[in-house]
Design a protein around this ligand. Structure first.
Ligand code: URA
Length: 196
């Protein structure tokens, strides 16, 4: 199977994921699962937490207020959104945007692992604390985990199934919606991506 077919298979499986605790809410609200979007051979993969309202209504990751900030951050470092891949750990919207539960993360994370192995990014950029903790644990960096206020803007070396990668840690763009200071911090932190 080629990359497109393998990614399509993931989409089909998630569409039918009726054993998810988030499935009934998806159907009831006529929502879509949000699988991921962007280049299938991206060098950089962004991993957020879970879709919000706008994302679930459209099926597209980071298309609401947090997405506008992500676009601004990307353009500030000269990276085009079409050249990266953007996804989340959890692929369905948790009711009222509550934090995903550990069992939801456990249920959805194998899809993210497959997306990583198919796309083979050189850089995995984590957006927010949940994504940082999940990705750092996945790549055996538990011993390096610190608070996001200490870790943001740092990059860690790790080894994926297909070779060496970097894990770059960022605050979640939603945190900058009403906080200009944090947006400036995010812009500064994103500059590490242009050196990778
Ligand atoms: N927040 C996320 O973590 N992911 C999205 O797709 C949108 C908002």
């Amino acid at each position: 199977m080629n990359r497109n077919d393998e990614l399509k298979k993931i989409k089909d499986e998630i569409l039918m994921l009726s054993n998810s605790p988030l499935y009934a809410y998806r159907v009831e609200h006529k929502n879509f699962p949000v699988i991921g979007e962007g280049s299938h051979d991206a060098n950089i993969m962004f991993v957020g937490e879970a879709p919000g309202r706008n994302e679930a209504l459209t099926g597209r990751p980071f298309c609401g207020a947090a997405g506008k900030i992500l676009d601004e951050l990307l353009s500030s470092v000269g990276i085009q959104r079409k050249d990266v891949y953007v996804t989340n750990i959890v692929k369905d919207r948790p009711p009222e945007n509550r934090d995903p539960t550990p069992s939801e993360i456990e249920l959805y994370s194998p899809f993210l692992s497959r997306q990583i192995d198919i796309i083979k990014p050189k850089v995995i950029a984590t957006l927010g604390r949940y994504s940082m903790v999940y990705i750092m644990k996945k790549f055996d960096l538990d011993f390096e985990i610190e608070s996001i206020s200490a870790a943001h803007g740092k990059a860690y070396d790790a080894v994926a199934s297909y070779g060496p990668i970097k894990i770059a840690v960022f605050y979640h763009p939603a945190a900058a919606i009403y906080n200009q200071h944090l947006k400036e911090t995010l812009k500064k932190d994103f500059s590490i991506l242009s050196k990778m």
